[in-house]
Ligand binder design. Structure first.
Ligand SMILES: [Zn+2]
Length: 238
């Protein structure tokens, strides 16, 4: 195999490796995962708003319950005093009775307020449950995509390792002095440094070389360096 054929084989493996690397970064799962992550972000924002509303309502309810407990305690104390026999003056007894009745009325009002809060809490709880379920669904979706991505990446990595091994083997047949130009042309010309000359057409740029140039090339030795006059790539002649 000529040095140029060896270098072309290296090129084919490098091109394949470039394609695999490109496939790895553009796996559709990446865009899917980004979309799901974005949905999660929006959902978490909504969930935080709902949680905050739920917390407010819960605190309000607790405040009312504390107030009911403290008023019930006061009413019980007053009733205890009322029936203890310690208070005998009718005016005082009447005042105590009025006090108890007033506290009980107040408790009734607060219980109504609490019912209102419980009614407000219901839809908030329902919304929270709905958002939580959706969050779990998205978690599952993200896990599924992540696993599929990892599997696809592993496949690409295995293929890449095989390509690299073949490349190393092919590279052994390439003389050291060819590498600097190969590397330079690869970085300048979209990864393709060397191409076959098929008839008078460069397979790198798919343009035909002039008859004069073809004539000149024909007279060169097998190891002589030939560049495409159109794109500048190294050419492999049959
Ligand atoms: Zn060319």
């Amino acid at each position: 195999m000529s040095r140029w054929e060896s270098l072309l084989t290296v090129q084919e493996h490098d091109t394949r490796a470039d394609q695999l690397a490109h496939r790895a970064v553009t796996l559709p799962g990446r865009a899917e995962l980004a979309a799901v992550t974005e949905q999660m972000g929006a959902l978490d924002h909504n969930l935080a708003t709902v949680e905050s509303r739920r917390g407010e309502l819960s605190r309000s309810q607790q405040r009312l319950e504390d107030e009911i407990a403290s008023l019930t305690e006061r009413a019980n104390q007053a009733e205890k005093q009322l029936y203890s026999g310690a208070v005998t003056a009718p005016r005082e007894l009447q005042a105590l009775q009025d006090d108890v009745a007033s506290i009980r009325r107040r408790i009734g009002q607060i219980e109504d307020d609490e019912l209102e809060i419980m009614e407000l809490t219901e839809p908030v709880e329902a919304q929270r449950a709905e958002l939580t379920t959706e969050r779990e669904r998205l978690d599952g979706e993200a896990a599924r995509i992540t696993a599929a991505l990892a599997e696809a990446e592993a496949e690409i990595e295995a293929e890449l390792a095989a390509v690299q091994a073949q490349r190393t083997e092919a590279a052994a047949g390439v003389p050291d002095e060819l590498w600097p130009e190969y590397d330079r042309l690869r970085s300048q010309l979209g990864g393709v440094a060397i191409a076959r000359l098929a008839g008078s057409t460069c397979q790198g740029c798919h343009l035909a070389l002039s008859a004069v140039e073809i004539d000149r090339i024909r007279k060169l030795g097998a190891d002589d360096t030939v560049h495409c006059e159109e794109c500048g790539r190294l050419l492999v002649r049959d």
